[in-house]
Design a protein around this ligand. Structure first.
Ligand SMILES: *[C@@H]1O[C@H](CO)[C@@H](O)[C@H](O)[C@H]1NC(C)=O
Ligand SMILES: *[C@@H]1O[C@H](CO)[C@@H](O)[C@H](O)[C@H]1NC(C)=O
Ligand SMILES: *[C@@H]1O[C@H](CO)[C@@H](O)[C@H](O)[C@H]1NC(C)=O
Ligand SMILES: *[C@@H]1O[C@H](CO)[C@@H](O)[C@H](O)[C@H]1NC(C)=O
Ligand SMILES: *[C@@H]1O[C@H](CO)[C@@H](O)[C@H](O)[C@H]1NC(C)=O
Ligand SMILES: *[C@@H]1O[C@H](CO)[C@@H](O)[C@H](O)[C@H]1NC(C)=O
Length: 544
């Protein structure tokens, strides 16, 4: 008798240990811990993104733009990119639409070819004596035609960054003084409208806000330049049902500068754009440590929350976008910012930006530098391309606040699903030695239609566990597991559910197919993996 009670206690203990504690499991790759974790999803929408949240940039850098002895731009500039490349076309087309922001450092030194102006239209020339390291460059209208035809066919929504330094003088303190001379930009805009090209937005300037990069423009001057730009847009697009957005300043978040700028443009700005390079220079030896450190990643939310606060307290109806984000500045870092590991940073940024009501997030770059979604030379997609495409296809615009308990190494984000009335959970495992078995619970889960408001109130703190309640409606969910080839986070090859993702010989983007998993099983998040989980059977009020 005593013996069997002890026996029972023993097995209870074993069972308890199995369920509640992490334990080592031998595997060929070493010791892998297994821990339990749980995601809690709040059923009230916390924020809303654009339907087309994903955006990528194309830049102006010529082939002789080099950083730390490496020239990583090849022929990936707006002036020389091969617009006949099939992979490039298919890669954009897969989004339909992909927002593309055209801009970058040299945009402020571009002159647009124009009939009234009899200067030769010459390319940028490297010159370390010049501001930003290059001479003025020029965009020929023949190239602008090619770009517009290409973007239209590929299904891109284009945001164009205008030359905000035109007409200004650089003072002895390094600041750019005087008003923006809009004459040349206006001629480009008129040309564009006359040709019937659709532009989603006109943005003014690149990294001239706050302390600026290279040079800077004061907030009150910038505000008056934006008011001019809004007048020009209103004028040129008179009678258009949909007018392009006016965006600015496309620079680093600086609380005082942005507050003043937003205050002074209450009716002339639709998008406040800012840039993110929170990992430091590409040459930094600690990039990987930063990317794998959850508190470092979390600290990256500061500009999102700061800008959200300013917008909430202002009279402006403008929304925020990340207009350019490459993570590591000076062209990124080969085998980091173009490798599997960068999806940890990138998807985490997309998740955080969404929570703070960012409408669109532009990745530096679509192609070019060491941080392209596509390889600069072969145009073959890097891992982040597939991460972006999965986000675009799965994550709807309603953002649900999400918390995770069990380990700090899991980053968790949830949106209403794009293609069902359920939810899609994104789980990122920053730990290379731990598998996490995840349960999902939600507030106000309504498996059978919507709950009444009264029911919702009384059930507010009743958390439904999916294994009990959700299987009533749906027996399975769809999972997309992303891992690095051979477990090497520096790999430029990504696997989806164990299969290599690659374009085939016709340059087609592969289909992204999920596996079906029983709702009764926990979500198995492997070491150094990313999982998107589409759960159609969870009915939350925000997703109805
Ligand atoms: C869910 O979000 C709403 C709105 O933000 C908040 O009022 C509520 O307290 C949250 N519920 C839980 C359980 O966190
Ligand atoms: C791209 O194709 C067009 C039309 O077929 C052709 O005129 C042009 O020379 C091609 N450009 C390149 C860079 O191959
Ligand atoms: C602006 O630039 C144009 C040439 O593009 C020039 O003709 C005009 O005088 C300039 N305007 C001002 C106010 O400087
Ligand atoms: C796994 O743990 C071992 C021992 O603690 C450590 O040496 C190794 O670097 C870890 N691997 C990863 C990928 O974190
Ligand atoms: C490439 O993939 C596409 C779609 O997945 C398919 O239609 C096409 O036949 C494939 N081409 C080759 C050469 O395999
Ligand atoms: C997953 O389930 C869907 C229906 O819910 C089905 O159409 C599909 O074929 C299934 N996929 C696999 C791999 O079993």
């Amino acid at each position: 008798m005593g013996c069997s009670v002890l026996n029972l206690l023993f097995w209870c203990l074993i069972f308890w240990l199995f369920c509640h504690s992490s334990h080592k499991v031998d595997s060929q790759t070493g010791n892998v811990d297994v821990v339990q974790g749980s995601v809690f999803v709040n059923g009230t929408a916390a924020a809303k993104t654009d339907d087309d949240f994903i955006c990528a940039t194309l830049d102006w850098w010529p082939p002789d733009k080099c950083d730390y002895g490496t020239c990583s731009w090849g022929s990936a500039s707006l002036l020389n990119l091969d617009l006949n490349n099939t992979i490039l076309f298919n890669a954009i087309k897969a989004f339909s639409p992909l927002k593309i922001r055209l801009g970058g450092t040299l945009q402020d030194k571009v002159i647009y070819e124009s009939k009234n102006d009899h200067q030769p239209c010459s390319p940028f020339v490297k010159n370390s004596e010049e501001l930003l390291g290059f001479s003025q460059g020029c965009l020929p209208m023949s190239r602008w035609d090619e770009l517009n035809v290409f973007f239209k066919n590929a299904g891109a929504a284009v945001v164009f960054g205008l030359n905000a330094l035109n007409g200004r003088k650089i003072g002895s303190d390094g600041s750019a003084g005087g008003a923006w001379n809009s004459t040349n930009a206006e001629s480009l805009m008129r040309y564009t409208v006359n040709k019937g090209y659709t532009i989603h937005g006109w943005e003014l300037g690149n990294e001239l806000s706050g302390g600026g990069v290279g040079t800077r423009v004061a907030a009150d001057q910038y505000a008056s330049d934006i008011i001019s730009l809004q007048h020009i847009v209103d004028n040129i697009y008179t009678g258009f049902e949909v007018k392009p957005l006016v965006l600015a300043p496309g620079g680093f978040f600086d609380e005082n500068w942005f507050s003043e700028f937003i205050d002074k443009t209450p009716e002339s700005l639709q998008v406040v754009s800012h840039h993110i390079y929170n990992l430091g220079p590409g040459v930094d030896d600690h990039l990987i440590d930063k990317i794998l450190n959850p508190s470092y990643l979390t600290s990256g939310s500061q500009p999102f929350s700061g800008l959200q606060r300013i917008l909430q307290n202002s009279a402006s109806s403008a929304v925020s976008w990340v207009g350019e984000a490459g993570g590591a500045y000076n062209s990124g870092r080969n085998l980091v910012t173009n490798a599997f590991v960068f999806s940890f940073w990138y998807l985490d940024q997309l998740g955080m930006a969404s929570v703070y009501n960012t409408k669109t997030y532009c990745r530096q770059t679509l192609i070019g530098g060491n941080y392209g979604l596509l390889n600069t030379n072969s145009y073959v997609p890097n891992p982040d391309y597939y991460s972006a495409l999965l986000w675009h296809r799965l994550m709807g615009s309603n953002v649900l606040s999400t918390s995770f308990s069990g380990t700090t190494k899991i980053r968790a984000y949830t949106h209403c699903s794009k293609s069902s009335q359920g939810i899609t959970v994104l789980l990122i495992n920053l730990d290379g030695n731990t598998t996490v078995k995840v349960q999902v619970s939600t507030e106000n889960a309504a498996s059978h239609g919507a709950l009444t408001i009264k029911q919702q109130q009384t059930q507010k703190t009743k958390f439904a566990r999916m294994s009990r309640d959700y299987k009533v409606d749906g027996k399975t969910r769809e999972e997309y597991h992303l891992t690095a080839k051979d477990g090497d986070i520096h790999s430029q090859t990504m696997l989806l559910n164990g299969k290599i993702l690659t374009v085939n010989s016709s340059g087609e983007i592969p289909p992204l197919e999920p596996i079906n998993v029983s709702m009764q099983d926990p979500i198995n998040v492997a070491p150094f993996s990313i999982v998107f989980v589409d759960i159609p059977s969870v009915g939350l009020p925000a997703c109805a």
